[in-house]
Design a protein around this ligand. Structure first.
Ligand SMILES: [Mg+2]
Length: 218
């Protein structure tokens, strides 16, 4: 017996942490443009409908490419970001119980591959960067599954896996998780950064260790 057949995770703030709660976008913008002020401005433009998500991704990654950032430079710049304590044990525990695991995130594929190379996720939805043979940024693919798209991804995965949404759980921390949080059978807000996710979550966990979500999931 298990409580959920599928558990989907956010990445920044949920599986990965920063001492000042910055996302990978803020960290890389700061490193390659000297400032992360644009994150706030671009989020506001996105919310106001003046900037599409894909254009926002292009502005950020395009500025790193202009700065000459290569794959190794990006990996080095991830330095203040860490896998949350207990993330590997938590996902391994769910996996052992036969739970299908997914990532639905607005992070970068390179961050997950760098910090959690042996991750057990069956499905991974993130933004993606392609590099050329010299490690230069060649192209990117903006995920359609951040913000409102997170719910769409959860629905699609659940349907493919033949799992009703009532048997899907979602673990996230912030406002870009709200759409998925609304439709999951249970949402665990892990160290929530906004009041809305706390309000709709079935459980709120404040901890330095992700294993503290397990009592709600197994
Ligand atoms: Mg997050």
């Amino acid at each position: 017996m298990r409580r959920f057949d599928l558990v989907a995770f956010d990445v920044d703030g949920t599986l990965v942490e920063h001492p000042e709660d910055k996302t990978v976008w803020q960290v890389l913008n700061e490193r390659f443009t000297g400032s992360d002020d644009q994150n706030r401005e671009r989020l506001a433009s996105y919310r106001a409908g003046r900037l599409s998500y894909a254009d926002w991704v292009a502005l950020d990654i395009g500025s790193w490419r202009e700065a000459g950032a290569r794959r190794d430079d990006l990996v080095r710049a991830f330095e203040p970001l860490r896998l949350v304590r207990g993330a590997a044990e938590t996902t391994a525990c769910l996996k052992r119980r036969g739970v299908r695991l997914a990532v639905i995130s607005g992070t970068l594929d390179l961050l997950l591959d760098t910090l959690f190379p042996d991750h057990p996720f069956d499905e991974v939805y993130t933004n993606r960067i392609e590099f050329d043979s010299e490690g230069r940024i060649e192209s990117w693919c903006a995920t359609p599954f951040d913000m409102e798209g997170k719910a769409e991804a959860l629905r699609a995965i659940a349907s493919r896996e033949g799992v009703p949404l009532s048997r899907c759980a979602f673990v996230g921390d912030h406002s870009n998780d709200l759409s998925a949080a609304r439709i999951a059978g249970l949402t665990v807000a892990f160290n929530p950064k906004c009041a809305e996710i706390e309000a709709i979550a079935g459980a709120v966990v404040r901890s330095a260790d992700l294993r503290d979500v397990l009592p709600h999931l197994v």
